[in-house]
Design a protein around this ligand. Sequence first.
Ligand code: HEM
Ligand code: HEM
Length: 189
Amino acid sequence: MAHRWRDNGLRYGLVTRIFHWNMAFIICWQFSGIVVNRLFGRSALTDLLNMTHGELGAAILVLAALRAIWGFYNLRNRPPHEQGALGLAARAGHALLYLLMLAIPALALLRATGSEWGLALFGFEIVPRGNERVEWMVAPANLLHGALAWTLLAMIAGHIAMVLIHRFVWKDEVLRRMAGPAPLPQAAE
Ligand code: HEM
Ligand code: HEM
């Protein structure tokens, strides 16, 4: 049943789907604490959701890197995008999602490494507190971490909107490639 794990030209396989839906969940969790805090103010709930911001961010970085490697490895087996401008936009949109999932946590971790407040992840001290601040490591995230993160949230909203348009307006197979039963592999030929 190895074919269930790999992408097969018509639909994404289990490995791609597990990456996709787990990361969608973790990224929603990551944003929910910040968005709820912005809308309704700080509370025990937002403290709980935001307590793991660094850990979830680091996990997103590792998962996005592994997912990108898996994507390259499977590039020839991925379901094709449409011809023309729409397919190009989908390809560019997905590439930008990857870039943001990598850049946002990478810049934040660089900032933490070069900052005087240090870095602790999963209860382990990775970088001790009290180091001298290294300005070139801190500046990029100060400038871009929030801006890129909000860009990612907007891109995700656009991504979901496109999936809904595919599903309910154009009524095509795009959602079924990533969720639920999909066309059988032998139908590919
Ligand atoms: C993909 C992963 C991540 C996402 C989506 C994300 C998202 C965000 C968002 C939306 C904000 C609020 C920005 C604002 O108030 O305008 C924020 C702030 C912050 N994040 Fe992250 N973050 C991620 C990873 C990390 C990591 C790995 C660290 C550090 C270890 C980190 C540290 C911080 C800090 C210190 C702030 C407050 C200062 C600032 O706004 O730059 N983040 N993050
Ligand atoms: C944090 C949220 C999300 C991110 C970062 C994300 C990212 C991506 C990426 C990068 C791809 C390209 C395939 C890959 O490399 O894995 C993809 C495909 C896809 N996503 Fe998402 N996604 C998110 C949430 C969602 C949600 C909530 C839905 C459903 C409403 C969805 C439905 C799909 C579908 C149907 C595809 C296949 C599109 C195609 O074949 O062209 N995604 N997603």
